[in-house]
Write a protein of this length. Structure first.
Lengths: 228, 114
């Protein structure tokens, strides 16, 4: 059965790699424009291991943002991950390094692949999940490394390329809109963004995330908002 | 001179923030997993967060002076339209960024608003 779990993981991961590897390469190329050693892009892929956050970091590093601002931005960006694990708490290994690794590698990609996979024996499932996570992680790091090595030495004209990040978030917002099919989360976010830009311009992300969470909790409590 | 330690510190901070988000559900007691507060926030917050990030990216755009943020707004509109039409992330992001690079480097809007 060991063999089949591995083979199945390879087959499951393959279609995702088509999008994952070029994105990693793009990150490597973009990161190189900052002028840091090329292997920094690899370290970022290995440890941060969050695509959109890594792209965001290019802009933040270029602007010499402070560490608290970088922390806040990453937190907001990965806020969607806060709710991924709920459907996997029972399924992941209950202890040991495998549990920590599965949690560490819980990206958009591993989440959607694992939750879509069909059930099998516990032992087989743990093996399959570990292979899926390991393959996604390895190919992401390889993509980042390839981009960084290709971009080494080449001076890319980067003017305007920072719009990639805006475009990534617009795409993610459209995906979310198609999923939730409600205006409310966006209306709350728009209002919170306006208020925090007016009153806490230096802490815009953290302030508005706190406001949004408070309003959503209030809506769940008083507004009969328990749809889901 | 680049501070070589700065990105590494940034990576450490980002790793901590990312891991904290991914770890959260595993720290919440099981009996709370089906609470309607958690379900509602979990359903809505990702949508809100993405809009916050779009605003964050555009917050330094000057909308009060020519070209009044027109390049940014046009490119965002293109990304939205393309994505609703084809739902192909690489296409939407590539075309939107391409158009923005073109706007910026051609100086089109400087000439239009002169």
């Amino acid at each position: 059965m060991i063999e089949s779990a591995r083979r199945e993981a390879f087959k499951t991961v393959l279609p995702v790699l088509v999008g994952l590897v070029p994105t990693g390469v793009a990150f490597g190329l973009l990161f190189n424009t900052l002028g840091y050693p090329w292997y920094y892009a690899v370290l970022s892929g290995l440890f941060v291991f969050a695509g959109a956050a890594q792209f965001l970091s290019v802009g933040l590093l270029a602007a010499h943002a402070g560490l608290p601002a970088i922390f806040a931005a990453t937190l907001v960006l990965n806020a969607r991950h806060i709710f991924y694990g709920f459907s996997l708490t029972k399924r992941f290994p209950q202890n040991g390094w495998r549990r920590w690794y599965q949690i560490f590698t819980l990206t958009d990609e591993t989440y959607s692949l694992l939750t879509a996979a069909k059930h099998r024996s516990r032992e087989d499932d743990e093996r399959f999940s570990l292979w899926v996570a390991g393959l996604i992680h390895a190919f992401w790091v390889a993509g980042c490394a390839a981009g960084a090595v290709i971009g080494r030495g080449a001076r890319l004209e980067t003017k305007g390329l920072d719009f990639i990040l805006t475009a990534v978030f617009v795409v993610l917002a459209v995906e979310q809109a198609l999923r939730v099919r409600r205006i409310f989360p966006f209306a709350v976010a728009g209002a919170a963004a306006a208020v925090s830009l007016a009153f806490f311009p230096g802490r815009m992300l953290l302030a508005s995330l706190a406001m949004v969470t408070a309003v959503l909790l209030g809506q769940a409590e008083f507004g009969g908002g328990a749809r889901a | 001179m680049l501070d070589r330690a700065y990105p590494l510190k940034a990576f450490a901070v980002m790793t901590a923030a990312t891991f904290a988000c991914r770890l959260f559900p595993f720290l919440v007691p099981r009996r709370l997993h089906d609470s309607r507060h958690l379900l509602f926030v979990g359903d809505s917050l990702p949508a809100s967060a993405m809009l916050l990030l779009v605003v964050y990216c555009l917050k330094d755009t000057r909308f009060a002076a020519p070209p009044y943020g027109a390049p940014e707004l046009l490119c965002v509109a293109l990304v939205v339209a393309l994505h609703l039409w084809r739902r192909n992330s690489l296409l939407s992001i590539g075309a939107g960024t391409g158009l923005y690079v073109f706007f910026l480097r051609s100086g089109l809007f400087e000439r239009l608003f002169r």
